[in-house]
Design a protein around this ligand. Structure first.
Ligand code: UD1
Length: 425
């Protein structure tokens, strides 16, 4: 028997106040990996304090970098050269984004050995597109005992890549490797997520020559040398969307601060379709409608700028409480409905049919012991528990700590009855 942390939440309390969105996890991770590229001192601001960031620090440290937390959300990373070119399984297995070290190490040294990340709860998540892209840049690789051993014998060279699908990670990994390649790289069908724009903004500040970030055609003209820089990470659009759902669930009594509207269009359009009225002034968002005024909708997850897969689970909690029938179609990951049986245990009425879910809105949810299967599923269950009658235990919240900074403390400030407890498994 081992003790793991869970949240005990007594739902039904009125939540009121302000909640602030932190810096983006999915932006911070590739940018942390990009500090592998060039020697020198980097300053990164607005970095969220999360388990995944701790894992990224562990990985960079294992490769010989020094990472210091110089104040709450600011880090100084010193790259005085890599002491090893191997990213070990023990670290990579904790977080798939560790595989992004490959692009950084290849740009730095032209060779590397990186553990394959393996599958995860939301699907097999292969890395074939990353590897195909590297091959086009002149990298030869073999897979041995779970590791990718890669070398660009004659140095990295530019090349033309058309991705089979707009993979976020593959786009980021290839961009990093291409920054110092000999010649120009063009990535077509590139992912267009704001986190890719943030990475390219950071790399261009270092002296990279990247054009087209945020579009599906990205051009990287290789340069010989880059210089470390200071950078402020963008705000987290998935955390923002989760907090917006929270505010809607509580009839708009929660003001969400740090919202970047431009990054949330695919989500906001759907809220508007539900009939939601809101106002955004500066980066603060206020919900003007009540929950019972909203209508059911159909949602299909798509690559950016479509509706984000990472918001699908929290959205499902919201749709569970909207009168009428909604549909959710998950097109990005194969196994991303693990929260559905858990929500159903809390009184939701959701039927899964392949990659679609039909949600019949219910009047209220009730408490039950449930389990977070992944990060966003965990967020969805916490939102449900805050609305549910009675005392809910959300188990395996280590998933939630990977992506939501101090979620329990922030909810407590709004008036939630939430407690971090230890349970035996
Ligand atoms: C990133 C995000 C994650 C988000 C996802 C989709 C980070 C750290 N994580 O993950 O939060 O849910 O984008 O928006 O930024 N695929 C392949 N072969 C590959 C690569 C991907 O088949 O080589 C498939 C995946 O299995 C998946 C789809 O492409 O079905 C999308 O994956 P991808 O965009 O690569 O997601 P990640 O970068 O892993």
């Amino acid at each position: 028997m081992i003790g793991v942390e869970a949240f005990r939440i007594i739902g039904g309390r009125k939540l009121v106040g302000e909640i602030k969105v932190d810096g983006s996890k999915n932006s911070s991770l590739p940018i942390f990996m990009a500090t592998l590229i060039e020697k020198g001192v980097y300053i990164l601001k607005n970095v969220p304090n999360l388990r995944d960031i701790k894992t990224a620090i562990e990985l960079l440290t294992s490769l010989g970098l020094r990472v210091e937390n110089i104040n709450e959300h600011t880090y100084r990373i010193t790259n005085s050269g890599l002491t090893t070119l191997t990213a070990e399984y023990e670290i990579v297995k904790k977080m798939r984004a560790s595989f992004l070290a490959m692009g950084g190490i290849l740009a730095h040294a032209g060779k590397c050995k990186v553990s394959l990340p393996g599958g995860c709860n939301i699907g097999p998540r292969p890395v074939d597109l990353h590897l195909k892209g590297f091959e086009t840049l002149g990298v030869k690789y073999k897979i041995d005992h779970g590791y990718v051993e890669a070398t660009a014998k004659h140095g990295l060279r530019g090349g033309n890549i058309i991705l089979d699908m707009p993979s976020v990670g593959a786009t980021e990994n290839i961009i990093m490797a291409a920054t110092k390649a000999n010649g120009t790289t063009i990535i077509e069908n590139a992912a267009r997520e704001p986190e890719i724009e943030d990475l390219c903004h950071f790399l261009n500040k270092m002296g990279a020559k990247i054009q087209g970030a945020g579009t599906s055609k990205i051009t990287i003209e290789g340069v010989k040398k880059m210089t470390p820089c200071e950078h402020t990470i963008i705000s987290d659009r998935v955390v923002a969307a989760t907090y917006i759902v929270l505010s809607i669930l509580f009839d708009g009594d929660i003001i969400v601060k740090g919202v970047d509207k431009e990054h949330l269009n695919g989500f906001l359009i759907k809220l508007e379709e539900m009939g939601l009225k809101y106002e955004i002034s500066g980066n603060n968002m206020r919900i003007l409608s009540n929950l019972n005024e909203l209508s059911p909708i159909n949602v299909k997850t798509m690559p950016h700028p479509g509706f984000p897969t990472d918001v699908q689970a929290p959205m499902m909690t919201l749709l569970s409480l909207i009168k009428g029938i909604s549909e959710v179609n998950e097109t990005i990951f194969e196994n991303r409905f693990m929260h559905v049986p858990e929500l159903n245990r809390m009184g939701a009425k959701i039927d899964i049919n392949g990659d679609s879910a039909t949600i019949i809105g219910v009047k209220e949810l009730y408490s039950a012991d449930v389990m977070a299967s992944d990060l966003r599923a965990g967020a969805a269950l916490i939102l449900a528990a805050l609305k549910a009658k009675g005392s809910t235990v959300v188990n395996r919240i280590y998933h939630v700590d990977r992506g939501y900074e101090a979620f329990d403390k922030k909810l407590k400030k709004l008036g939630a009855d939430i407690e971090r407890i230890k349970v035996e498994i």
